[in-house]
Design a protein around this ligand. Structure first.
Ligand code: T46
Length: 143
């Protein structure tokens, strides 16, 4: 699993490890745009209650950059640039999976208590989605 070496790194897919503030009261993580999150934050959404056998995602984005954080429980995320496929096991809220560029993503194996939060660089826009895998491969070939 590739770790993000430079937080300013925008392209590709890698894991950002957030700093945790721990004391006798528990743990706290803070993320800010252009700091832990390498883009301007325009949207946050989260999903839960996804059964074990369900696969979410199954699309790529033209321009959107996102950081996926599993706040509770666990889930797996597979990413592919059309050539190489990588599987990430998100099970710790101090890990953020940065996905940017032309990347096909699928989320699956959600634990019953999983809450997956996504921080996004833009507002919701269906036109930014590539939902057909052949179209995705064609775009990869031409990019
Ligand atoms: C992504 C992965 C990681 C909205 O109305 N606004 C939103 O911001 C989002 C994200 C979704 N929706 C609506 C559109 C659909 O009717 O919520 C419904 C479920 O969305 P979708 O099927 O796209 O959800 P996932 O889990 O397959 O994918 C989501 C994001 O859409 C996508 O950008 O990269 O999470």
């Amino acid at each position: 699993m590739k770790k993000c070496m430079v937080i300013g790194e925008i392209m590709g897919t890698c894991l950002i490890s957030f700093d945790v503030h721990e004391d006798s009261r528990g743990s706290l993580i803070a993320v800010e745009q252009f700091k832990e999150i390498p883009f301007e934050i325009k949207r946050v959404y989260y999903m839960w209650g996804t059964d074990k056998g369900i696969v979410r995602g199954k699309h790529a984005h033209k321009d959107l950059q996102q950081v996926l954080i599993c706040l509770n429980g666990s889930c797996k995320v597979s990413t592919s640039d059309g050539k190489t496929k990588t599987e990430y096991n998100l099970k710790n809220p101090k890990d953020g999976l940065l996905i940017s560029g032309l990347v096909w993503r699928e989320m699956y194996d959600f634990s019953q208590d999983a809450v997956l939060m996504v921080i996004a660089s833009d507002h919701y826009n269906e036109d930014d989605y590539i939902r057909d895998y052949e179209t995705f491969l064609e775009l990869v070939r031409n990019s």
